[in-house]
Every structure is written in C-alpha cells, then in structure tokens.
Design a protein around this ligand. Structure first.
Ligand SMILES: Nc1nc2c(c(=O)[nH]1)N[C@H]1C(S)=C(S)[C@@H](COP(=O)(O)O)O[C@H]1N2
Ligand SMILES: [Mo]
Length: 422
C-alpha cells in the first residue's frame, strides 16, 4: 500500500494543470466585481458602436438604388432604414467617428473582459443542463461575434479594401448575430453585475469568478483596471485624432489619414483614393471631358466652361469617410445639384440622381443620391475648393459634395448625372 495522502496531493497538483479545473486559474484579480465593471463599460460602449453602425448603413441610402446597397440580401434587417438627413453637416463625421473610435478604444476592454471570465469558458461539463447548453452556445456567438466584428472592422480601416465588396455583408450580418447573443447575455448577467457593484460581494465563497487557489497579488484590481484604461486611452490618442486637424491628427499614428497633412495648399486635406490609384488619367479629365446631364428634358453635354458660367455657390462642408477619419469644413465652390436637376427637367429641383464617375473600375465609381440631398442648397457639384480649382486627386474637373453624407457619396471625377427614374 502506498501513502494515500501524498498521492492525493500529487493528483491535486496534476488536476491543477488542466484549464478545466478552476484552481488552474490563479490570478487574484479575477472576480465578479472586476468583470462587472468591464461589463458595464462594454454595455455602454457596444451600444454606441451598434447604433452608430446601423446609422452608417442607413446613411448609404441602400434602399434607394442597387449601386448603394452593399448588403442586398439584408431582407428584414433593413426594417429601420430611413431617408438620411442633410443636416447638421457634421452628422456623419460624428456618428462614424464615434463608431470607429469607440470600437477601437473598446479593444483592451474586450480583451480584459475575456481574460476575466476565461475559467468559465473552460469549465466542464460543457452542458450540465439544457439551460447551460444554451448559455454556452450564446457565449460562443458572443465571444466569436465580438472578435469577428473587431477584426473585420480594424482590417477595413487599416487596409481599406481587403474584402472588396464583402466587408459590408460580413460586418453587417456579424453585428446582428453578435447583438442577439449580446442581448441574451446582458439579460442574464446585468442584474447580478448591478447587485455586485451596488452591494459588493457579501460572502467571498459566492464569487464564482474568484480563483479558489489565488496566487500572491502582483497588482490590485484597481491597478489592473487602470492598465486597461491606459490601453484604451493610448488607442484613443493614436486613432481618435484623425477627425481633427493639427496636433490631434499628427498623434493619430495608427490610422490611415492620420499623420501629417498632405501638403498645405488649398487642396492640402486628406485624399482617399488618388486619381492614379484608380486609373483616372489626365486624358479622362482634360479638354475632352464632358458632363452628361440626363432627365425628362433630354440629354445635355456640358463642358467645364458651361458649368462655370452657371450660378456658383459656396458651401463649407467636411469629408467624413466610413473608415472614421474626417476633414474639417472645406470651402467648396460650384454648381448646386438642384440647379442641375432643374436643368435636367425637374422644375422643383428635387429628384433622385444617379452619379457616375469617369473612373472605370472600383467600388465607388457610381452612387445614387436621394431627392432631399439634391434639393439641399449646400449640395454642390464642386468645381473648386478653398479658393482654387479642384486638384486631380480631389476630383477635378467636378465632384459631388453633400452635407452630412458619408464620404463615399461624394463622387469624384463625375461625368454623368441621371436625374429621376432610379
Ligand atoms: N470616383 C470616386 N469617387 C470617390 C471615391 C472613389 O474611390 N472613386 N472614394 C470616395 C470616398 S470613400 C471618400 S472618403 C471620398 C474622399 O474624398 P477626397 O479623396 O477628396 O478626400 O471620395 C469619395 N469619392
Ligand atoms: Mo471613404
């Protein structure tokens, strides 16, 4: 006969080396309080990201025309779509800046939250009861969903066209799957989180997230939370600034369109795609360039001189990209879209319009604008900006600029506009 107590001790040690044993997880920082704080931060942050994400999709006016609809199989998930307004002009700057910036800033919080509950994810048996089985499945969708949304979102802002055409459906459907799991999770856990934060953990043995065999602390719970907060703050500083000029933008090192201003002249603000990068040449935009207007009154071909001979108006409007960066207001000058609508045969100046670029390929060469966008007196077919002619990279000879619209609606190198009958 061996020595039973010693063998038990060895067996206990061996069991500890397996992640499904709660004693494997030894950090004294884990506990319901730590998790509850992170959970409440995520509840607030994810709500902002989800709502602004839905708004971003609505801002494309996807129900207006097939060219706008990046998720044509959305079905009833498009139930909430509405005519995106044209004011205030900074609306999309705000909603999309929040969407991307808050999403990025939440990354350390999400990672810390996952870390804090990781013993639960390994717990065995995987499904002690049907209710536990359902909870485990919802956790899979929850964890998988949040990681999927963060990864696709970050890759899209960093690499722009990694998923040509497929980013929108991926990110959109992923969001709905994640949110379904998120709502179930909030319903299950919020009461407990609030109770813990209000009254504390009354008896240590009721803290289901605390380690049963805690190691010596190397950092306090408060210190660990402060580290997560510092990580988020660092991300805020290195990404959030690309919505502002000057010092904040220079600090936005981690983002496209962060960093230095592209030159200092009248055209010295951020460029999404250069003419060269999408194959637009001087021949496309030189003397042979024409704008074709189509509408009930017929079809007209206008030169840039014709357009310059029409009434010219100014509008101070930003460019706000779906990637989350934006410019401050630029002083655009050109022809009102509604004057072009009148010219095309819509006397009230209100009609939807299909805008086409001389650009031959690529995702944003055509877009449809809604009648409220055409009617707004600040909506221009711009010929110049900040007192100079447009540069080729900003859309010379003519580009659309519409208040409060996502950057993608502001088509550059416009060559054809079809009013009405979308
Ligand atoms: N023809 C054409 N127009 C376009 C694009 C494009 O790729 N092709 N990109 C759009 C996007 S995504 C943005 S954010 C704005 C950026 O305008 P800017 O380059 O003048 O800043 O242009 C829009 N207009
Ligand atoms: Mo954009």
């Amino acid at each position: 006969m061996g020595d039973p107590p010693r063998r038990t001790a060895r067996a206990r040690l061996r069991a500890r080396a397996i992640p499904s044993n709660p004693a494997f997880w030894r950090s004294p920082v884990r506990g319901v309080r730590f998790t509850a704080v992170l959970g409440l931060v995520l509840l607030a942050g994810i709500t902002v990201v989800f709502v602004t994400g839905l708004l971003s999709y609505a801002a494309y006016n996807p129900d207006l025309a097939a060219v706008n609809d990046k998720t044509p199989e959305k079905g009833w998930l498009g139930f909430y779509l509405f005519a995106w307004p044209t004011g205030p002009p900074w609306l999309y700057r705000l909603t999309q800046g929040l969407h991307v910036t808050v999403g990025v800033v939440l990354v350390p919080v999400v990672l810390a939250k996952l870390w804090s509950v990781i013993p639960k994810l390994f717990a065995l048996p995987p499904a002690a009861s049907p209710a536990r089985a359902l909870e485990r499945i919802s956790l899979l969708l929850l964890v998988g969903g949040v990681l999927f949304e963060l990864v696709t979102g970050v890759l899209n802002i960093q690499l722009e066209y990694l998923f040509p055409g497929s980013f929108y459906p991926l990110h959109f459907y992923g969001a709905w799957v994640f949110m379904a799991a998120f709502l179930a999770h909030v319903g299950l856990k919020l009461p407990r989180a609030l109770r813990v934060l209000r009254h504390g953990v009354t008896r240590p043995d009721t803290d289901e997230l605390a380690s049963p065999a805690p190691a010596e602390p190397t950092v306090s719970r408060r210190g660990a939370l402060a580290m997560v907060g510092a990580g988020s703050l660092l991300l805020l500083i290195t990404t959030g600034g690309r919505s502002f000029d000057g010092v904040p933008r220079r600090l936005a090192l981690l983002t496209p369109r962060g960093g230095a201003e592209p030159g200092s002249g009248p055209d010295g603000f951020q460029i999404n795609k250069t003419a060269a990068s999408v194959g637009v040449t001087a021949a496309d935009t030189g003397d042979g360039w024409r704008l074709t207007l189509v509408g009930p009154a017929g079809e007209f071909r206008l030169t840039r001189a014709h357009l310059l001979a029409m009434d010219q108006y100014d509008a101070a409007l930003p460019i706000a990209c779906v990637e989350g960066w934006s410019t401050s207001d630029q002083r655009w000058r050109g022809v009102r879209l509604r004057d072009l609508a009148v010219r095309a045969g819509h006397p009230d100046g209100a009609a939807d319009v299909l805008v086409e670029s001389v650009q031959r390929a690529g995702p944003f060469r055509t877009v449809a604008l809604r009648d409220n966008q055409v009617r707004d007196p600040r909506s221009l077919l711009a010929l110049g900006v900040n007192g100079a002619d447009l540069s080729l990279d900003h859309g010379y000879p003519a580009r659309v600029i519409v208040p409060a619209a996502p950057g993608v609606m502001n088509t550059k190198w416009v060559t054809r506009m079809t009013f009405g009958g979308l």
